[in-house]
Ligand binder design. Structure first.
Ligand code: UT7
Length: 311
């Protein structure tokens, strides 16, 4: 049984925080942020919208888009490092709110690569025929763990949620290959201590440029395709310079890569799901297209997926 994506959904909070707003709060500039990262603004969730609320909104849209009801869902996987609380999990909160009476539920922690890990995990249950409808959500309320005193990190992150409904698809479609990996020795470059996030930007940057490119090439090879076959790239939206390095490795032109970073910043586990939903809505990803999704993040972790779009 081939596993693919039946529906997509996304949610970002309404409140916009621009680079100009940040200039008033810390020693930074719109020019620095834009040229070094590609970010112009990000969304920040208010106190009464926590991670599970954003996840629920994105999930409802994905279910509608797939024509699937909560009762039909067999498994809910939520990738996040900013759950409402350690337990009960965000996925269990969703199980109740979506009326997913027969669903199993688990949260998954792989930082910014979480959505890739979630999709690959879900695909195993579908390929074996065990489950037919699986909700995978990448969601973060990073503003909860952002150190607003640290200009090195505070300017980068935003809040949001991206979701997909996965299920069986016809032969030749869906997930063709994947590549997941980790390197715990790099954990010291990106971590949470107490309530705050810390990052050695330069080290993560070097790792990301190397690993994103390699992982993309790897999944294309494994799928038995060449770079020329790839129609669209949806990379983790961490830094436009990192994303462009991956795109250039695949010889893709600018319009063949998702760039939602400008509006939303780095939303960690949510970024690939949000971008995928936007590009599908905008008609940039069409039935039969070969697309590559790729992410990297704390852990360190990485993950890439090559798929043929459509049911
Ligand atoms: O989701 C996965 C997690 N993270 C990432 O993917 C992040 C990967 N890393 C990056 O994207 C980049 O390393 C950053 C955007 C974080 C930083 O860019 P950079 O080109 O590596 O800059 P840098 O850290 O080498 O800093 C250059 C200068 C420094 O000043 P000095 O030491 O040269 O005087 C920084 O203090 O820029 C300064 N700087 C800033 N200036 C204005 C750092 N942050 C800011 C800021 N505004 N917000």
């Amino acid at each position: 049984m081939n596993a693919g994506i039946h529906g997509v959904g996304r949610y970002v909070p309404e409140q916009v925080l621009t680079n100009y707003d940040l200039e008033k709060r810390m020693d930074t500039s719109d020019e620095w942020i834009r040229t070094r990262t590609g970010i112009e603004e990000r969304r920040i969730a208010p106190d009464d919208i926590d991670t599970s609320h954003m996840a629920e909104r994105a999930a409802r849209i994905a279910l509608d888009n797939a024509g699937v009801s909560g009762e039909d869902v067999d498994l809910i996987i939520v990738a996040t490092v900013t759950p409402d609380q350690p337990f009960p999990s965000v996925s269990c909160q969703l199980q109740e709110r979506l009326g997913a009476t027969k669903a199993a539920a688990m949260d998954l922690s792989a930082a910014c690569s979480g959505f890739m890990y979630g999709i690959v995990t879900a695909s195993q249950f579908i390929q074996t025929g065990a489950y037919r409808h699986i909700l995978v959500i990448g969601v973060e309320k990073l503003s909860k763990i952002t150190n607003w005193e640290d200009r090195n990190t505070a300017v980068l992150f935003g809040d949001g949620a991206g979701a997909v409904v996965m299920g069986p698809v016809s032969e030749g479609k869906g997930i063709l290959s994947y590549d997941l990996g980790s390197d715990g020795s790099g954990g010291k470059h990106l971590y949470q201590e107490g309530d705050l996030l810390y990052m050695n930007g330069r080290e993560v940057f070097k790792f990301a440029v190397r690993q994103m490119g390699e992982s993309c090439v790897n999944v294309i090879d494994k799928a038995g395709l060449t770079k020329d076959d790839i129609d669209f790239l949806v990379p983790h939206q961490a830094n436009i310079r990192i994303m462009n390095a991956a795109r250039e490795r695949l010889n893709l032109s600018e319009e063949k890569m998702s760039k939602t970073i400008k509006k939303y910043g780095n939303t960690s586990a949510a970024s690939i799901g949000i971008s995928l939903a936007e590009e599908v809505e905008a008609g940039k990803i069409k039935d039969g297209d070969h697309i590559v999704l790729v992410g990297f993040g704390g852990g360190l972790t990485w993950g890439a997926i090559c798929l043929k779009w459509g049911k």
